[in-house]
Design a protein around this ligand. Structure first.
Ligand SMILES: *Cc1c(COP(=O)(O)O)cnc(C)c1O
Length: 349
């Protein structure tokens, strides 16, 4: 297994960029009683008159503790979408490098690849929506910069065994981006446990799903400190605003409440999976380690429209690879789930 060769991985132009240094970069203790006349802010305090900490030190210290990583192994973004965009722009040379996607998967990887003029190699997940290691190995080329792996996978819901993800490094010299947006709902071990073992592994997580904070936009990226340092160089200096940093910090304080919600969502997922499988119009309920279920139905458009008419909005995923006639349904509150199920039972006549 090859180690980390930044010269080979990072775009040459990015390696040459010196980071923009903001007025606030030099102050480790952000709450010190200094007189700040360095950033042309309005001096009258209202809670938001100051620029946010560009390094998000306080928030990262807390995250480092919760996630058992070092603070210099964390990059924060305005949602995972910004994190993924930074990864593309740091490592993928437009119209030269390629990335590998494993459909059916999260749509943003493709959008960002196209936006950055990076060609896409696709290797489908197998019938069980698991990695086809042989096919991946056969398709990887010297141009492949990143393999995007999503576990638990959106839209299928299943987790991919960590050992298999690790095995990509046996033959692949580039970066593996492991998107773990749904990891908190899964029993399987996540990538953070092996972060120090694989210097070319980048793990992405988010506060948008389990933590119930989709509205504040906070994406997290965990990797080798050298990789994080490259991403820090190119990120917009004040990408995480004061409100987001503060709400995220408070949200991370209350992990027992989150744990309880996760447990309830998982038990509801199990209950709903059983209930769906008894319906006549449901052909298959796919195994899920996330907070949603992918179900195969007799006629996805017909069932989607019928649900909308009853005031329930789900996601029709039928156009995705190997997802013919499927709906993706998020697990709601127990009351919402009961309502959905009684509507579905009526559709089942
Ligand atoms: C929802 C989701 C995200 C979260 O994106 P944010 O921009 O952090 O809200 C990331 N990856 C996958 C696969 C998702 O389903």
């Amino acid at each position: 297994m090859k180690g980390l060769d930044l010269k080979k991985l990072v775009r040459p132009l990015v390696l040459k960029i010196a980071p923009y240094r903001s007025a606030r970069d030099d102050f480790e203790d952000f709450e010190a009683q200094n007189i700040f006349l360095d950033a042309n802010e309005n001096p009258f305090e209202n809670g938001y008159n100051r620029y946010p900490d560009p390094q998000q030190r306080k928030l990262k210290r807390k995250l480092a503790e919760i996630k058992s990583v070092n603070a210099d192994q964390i990059l924060l973004g305005n949602g995972s979408d910004e994190v993924l965009d930074l990864i593309f722009r740091a490592f993928c040379e437009p119209s030269q490098d390629e990335v590998m996607l494993l459909p059916p998967t999260y749509g943003m990887y493709e959008v960002l690849a196209k936006l950055n003029d990076i060609s896409i190699q696709e290797v489908s997940l197998n019938e069980e929506f698991q990695l086809d290691i042989k096919a991946i190995k056969a398709r990887v080329s010297t141009k492949t910069k990143i393999i995007f792996v999503c576990s638990p996978n959106n839209p299928s819901g299943n987790a991919l065994p960590l050992k298999e993800i690790e095995s990509l490094f046996d033959f692949f010299d580039g970066l593996v981006v492991l998107d773990e947006a749904y990891v908190d709902f899964s029993e399987q071990e996540g990538g953070l446990s092996v972060l120090n073992k694989f210097p070319r592994l980048i793990v992405c997580q988010t506060l948008s799903k389990a933590y119930g904070l989709a509205g504040i936009r906070l994406g997290m990226c965990f990797a080798n400190a050298a990789i994080i340092s490259v991403l820090n160089t190119i990120k917009p200096p004040y990408n995480i605003n004061v409100l987001t940093q503060s709400v995220a910090f408070d949200g991370l304080e209350d992990t027992p409440a989150i744990e309880q919600q996760i447990q309830l969502i998982v038990s509801e997922r199990i209950r709903m999976a059983t209930a769906f499988s008894t319906l006549k119009f449901v052909i298959k309920v796919f195994k899920s380690d996330a907070n949603f279920l992918l179900i195969k139905v007799d006629d996805a458009n017909k069932r989607y429209d019928a649900l909308v008419k009853q005031g329930v909005v789900v996601r029709n995923r039928s156009m995705l690879h190997n997802c013919e006639s499927t709906l993706r349904i998020t697990i709601g509150t127990p009351e919402e789930n009961n309502k959905l199920m009684s509507i579905c039972k009526n559709l089942d006549q």
